[in-house]
Design a protein around this ligand. Structure first.
Ligand code: OXD
Ligand code: MN
Length: 584
């Protein structure tokens, strides 16, 4: 159907990676960075139409609209296949088709899944090498009759006889981009974009949208969560997963260096967790990926030293700026732009003179997890790590305290179901100042009806003894004062909150029982230097009026979206919360 000029089977070797990089550098698509500054690193600049995940072009083509549910773009699978087959017809002409056997999760782990991505983008192959386990070892594990998830990808830009890209990022225009999922067939078809989650099909498409459907059917969880371990001064370790909407600092938290003496954090994953009940009744998590595809702007030695150290070599940068001496630069890197730059569009850029940022706000780095100085020794353990705590969170300048702990599992599921961030600029159909709900941070990633997904979470709580389940917490690093200043310093200081979580999982850690759950006692979390006792009191207060407004918005705007698929127990939680607050 796609009629490539050549077909290559990817073996996942370093020689293959180096060959493709050289080829892309020769053709002008990749810019090798200065080997004295960033050895083994390359910069790519994408097309202006192809800079992020395209949620309005992402489809859950389930058999029925009801199955896709109220939060997904549904489209009839037969009609979509017709449309896409036309687009795929001859779409790889003039290009090489790469066949990428890849595994999400350690090869051989009983929770791992194999996919085969077919793509005409060598950039995708190189990124898949870093983000997944690619190649011959996967084919071997697959054997003659193993199961795999087919994932077809094309950038959608065939070349006519003698035509060349001339170093320009090839892709199709926005209205021809399709990121499609066929959940019943467990198949992915992607067309027209070469960027990130649209094109690296092991990530959001397989490991979240398709995997969430498989997980529902098989009784496990595929979640948009980081995984980390916290180690106390005595050397005891606990594992925590956390789900926050995009742009809440997941990668920073996953790699945090604590400010509290004696405490350590190690990284297992920064974006996706697959979790399964173990034989001992506890919940175990693996990171299905092998790399980080992180947002570059805002990443600095201050905000995320471990990421910065990981990026010193052998990394791919996409849409950052280029310095005169062949290094990368981005807004928030922690130092001024060193003289004139070339911006992410390839134009000259000078600080103070340019109107637009030098790097795209969604510029990315791709780097192997193994390069992170904080990576845990057990990060690839095929059995996973036992989870003690689940954190939910969002950007909420008011109402939601710095941290509170659920009363029980269903209360925790309720917390997950109301996750959201207050938006500061009007977007889509939302006014600035409203809360954009992103339940479990899975809004763009749940491959089926989200009401059923809530039920899947409720059910998990009934499948093991209560004492074996993780404790659930809601965190909010983003509280502001009335005059718009941050109440909490965030970043590395968030380790103080992790310490309280650790203690609560041990049945320690001083807490007050309140209508919204357990809140730290005023002296339970050591205060950073710039947080006064009064700030702490404000950070931990139960804002009765704020919560009653919150309940009203959940009851009238959020929950009704899910109709009769909304589990009754979540309404019970909402009612219970309201009753407790009214008695306050
Ligand atoms: C991501 C996201 O790209 O969550 O990881 O948006
Ligand atoms: Mn993500």
């Amino acid at each position: 159907m796609t009629r490539p000029d050549a077909i290559e089977w990817c073996d996942g070797s370093k020689a293959e990676y180096d060959r493709l990089m050289k080829q892309m550098a020769d053709s002008g698509l990749a810019i090798p960075l200065n080997p004295e500054k960033r050895p083994g690193c390359y910069l790519f600049r994408s097309d202006a139409s192809d800079v992020a995940r395209v949620e309005n072009r992402t489809y859950i083509a389930a058999r029925s609209q009801e199955e896709a549910g109220p939060t997904n773009n549904w489209i009839d699978p037969d009609g979509l296949k017709e449309t896409m087959k036309e687009l795929y017809e001859g779409c790889m002409k003039g290009r090489t088709m790469y066949v990428i056997p890849f595994c999400m999760g350690p090869v051989g782990s009983d929770i791992a899944r194999i996919g085969i991505e077919i793509t005409d983008s060598p950039y995708v192959v190189a990124n898949m090498h870093i983000m997944t386990r690619v190649g011959s070892k996967v084919l071997k594990a697959l054997g003659e009759d193993g199961e795999f998830i087919p994932a077809l990808h094309s950038i959608g830009k065939p070349l006519a006889e003698g035509e060349h890209d001339h170093g320009k990022w090839p892709c199709a225009p926005l209205d021809k981009k399709y990121i499609s999922h066929f959940p019943e067939e467990r198949t992915i078809w992607s067309f027209g974009s070469g960027y990130g989650g649209n094109a690296l099909l092991g990530k959001k498409c397989l490991s979240l949208r398709i995997a969430s459907v498989i997980a529902r059917d098989e009784g496990w969880m595929a979640e948009h969560m980081l995984i980390l371990s916290v180690i106390n001064p005595a050397g005891r370790k606990k594992y925590i997963v956390a789900a926050f909407p995009s742009a809440c600092g997941k990668t920073n938290l996953a790699m945090i260096i604590p400010t509290i003496p004696g405490w350590k954090v190690e990284t297992i994953g920064d974006d996706i967790a697959w979790m399964k009940l173990g034989r001992d009744g506890r919940l175990y998590a693996i990171n299905p990926e092998t790399g980080f595809f992180g947002v570059a702007p805002g990443t600095s030695l201050e905000s995320n030293p471990n990421a910065m150290k990981s990026l010193e070599s052998d990394s791919i940068f996409t849409n950052t700026a280029l310095t005169a001496d062949g290094d990368v630069w981005w807004e928030g890197i922690g130092y001024e732009a060193p003289g004139k730059l070339i911006d992410w569009n390839g134009n000259e850029w000078e600080a103070g003179k340019a109107e637009k940022p030098a790097s795209h706000p969604n510029a990315r780095f791709t780097v192997a997890a193994a390069k992170c100085p904080a990576v845990a020794a057990e990060w690839e353990d095929p059995a996973g790590v036992p989870i003690s705590a689940i954190l939910f969170g969002g950007r909420r300048p008011d109402t939601i305290p710095l941290i509170h702990q659920a009363r029980n599992w269903n209360h925790g599921v309720f917390m997950g179901s109301i996750v959201g961030s207050r938006i500061t600029t009007a977007a889509l159909d939302l006014k600035a100042g409203t809360v954009r709900r992103d339940p479990f941070a899975m809004l763009p990633f749940c491959g089926y009806n989200m009401g059923d997904y809530f039920r899947h979470w409720v059910d998990l709580g009934t499948r093991t003894q209560a004492g074996k389940l993780p404790e659930i917490f809601y965190v909010n690093w983003f509280r502001k004062t009335a005059d718009d200043n941050w109440l909490w310093p965030g970043y590395r200081e968030n380790s103080r909150v992790l310490k309280w979580v650790f203690e609560r999982c041990d049945g320690e850690g001083k807490a007050e029982e309140t209508p919204i759950g357990f809140v730290p006692a005023l002296d339970a979390i050591d205060r950073p230097a710039d947080v006064s006792a009064a700030d702490m009191a404000e950070l931990l207060a139960v804002d009765r009026e704020g919560w009653l407004n919150e309940i009203e918005s959940i009851r009238s705007e959020h929950y009704p979206k899910f109709g009769d698929r909304l589990p009754e127990v979540l309404i019970d939680e909402l009612d219970g919360l309201e009753d407790r607050l009214k008695k306050m």
